[in-house]
Design a protein around this ligand. Structure first.
Ligand code: SAM
Length: 237
């Protein structure tokens, strides 16, 4: 009989992704996504990070906390295969796992202390806002980077799709930048350019979609050869 284990949360993610739809399917794909991991008491101390400044990347072990009530599935349909073929759960990075544990490698931008709060600022996360973190480890290039490794049914990242903006959306992005000092345009280009639509909707053009980034609701339409951002509404959430 297998055993059960309990883990303590050590941190909490603050990220631009406020909902699952639109989050890239792996880390490093949206380099415009800045996020931070806040260390929670009793781990909110700088000495637990001593030596981290020599590492450019970390492994982040987290809980798929928004899938906790979903049942695990032995076989799932990876979006990469267009939803047409099923693969074994342990041959995929899907969220519907027996244990809802996620693993992402992210770039470390820096460490900061704000009163008694300690943050690790990271780049390229694929993590939902408020994701619980259970462990952090440095990325070791000599052991973790394997140039000859085979990538199975996902050998390379998918190519970014073209994203265009309506005049209204560009004006709204400009005013958003003036207020919040965040440039949404490159972030939106990378996030929507990944084509976050579920496989069954790929190919259905002129359908409207929306996803929240930070406190902005991005409205966009899938056109034949590009995505058109029609409107950016804020503040929301
Ligand atoms: N890189 C991680 C891994 O391999 O374990 C995650 C891969 S998983 C395919 C990526 C998806 O997880 C994202 O597109 C997002 O929808 C989902 N996700 C991210 N954070 C989550 C969370 N806290 N709870 C549930 N789903 C989450």
């Amino acid at each position: 009989m297998s055993q059960s284990f309990t883990f303590q949360q050590i941190g909490l993610v603050h990220s631009c992704y406020k909902q699952k739809f639109g989050i890239p399917r792996q880390p490093g794909l949206v380099t415009e996504a800045s996020a931070s991991i806040e260390l929670l008491p009793p781990f909110n101390r700088l000495d637990v990070l001593d030596g981290l400044d020599g590492f450019s990347h970390i492994w982040v072990h987290f809980i798929f906390h928004e899938c906790m009530t979903d049942n695990w599935k032995a076989k799932i349909r990876p979006p990469r295969l267009g939803g047409k073929e099923k693969m074994g759960i342990f041959a995929t990075r899907a969220t519907h796992r027996p244990n809802p544990l996620g693993l992402s490698v992210v770039e470390v931008k820096g460490v900061r202390k704000d009163g008694n709060r300690v943050f690790i600022d990271i780049i390229g996360a694929d993590l939902l806002d408020k994701t619980p973190i259970v462990d952090i480890k440095p990325y070791l290039p000599y052991a973790d980077a394997l140039p000859n490794a085979k990538g199975g049914f996902a050998p390379l990242p998918t190519t970014l799709k073209s994203v265009k903006f309506s005049e209204l959306a560009l004006e709204q992005a400009e005013s958003y930048k003036a207020i919040y000092a965040r440039d949404l345009v490159p972030l939106i280009e990378q996030v929507i350019g990944q084509d976050p639509r579920p496989s069954y909707l790929v190919g259905s053009e002129n359908r409207n979609h929306g996803n929240q980034l930070w406190n902005a609701n991005i409205k966009w339409t899938a056109k034949e050869d590009h995505f058109l951002v029609t409107q950016i509404e804020y503040p929301v959430g």
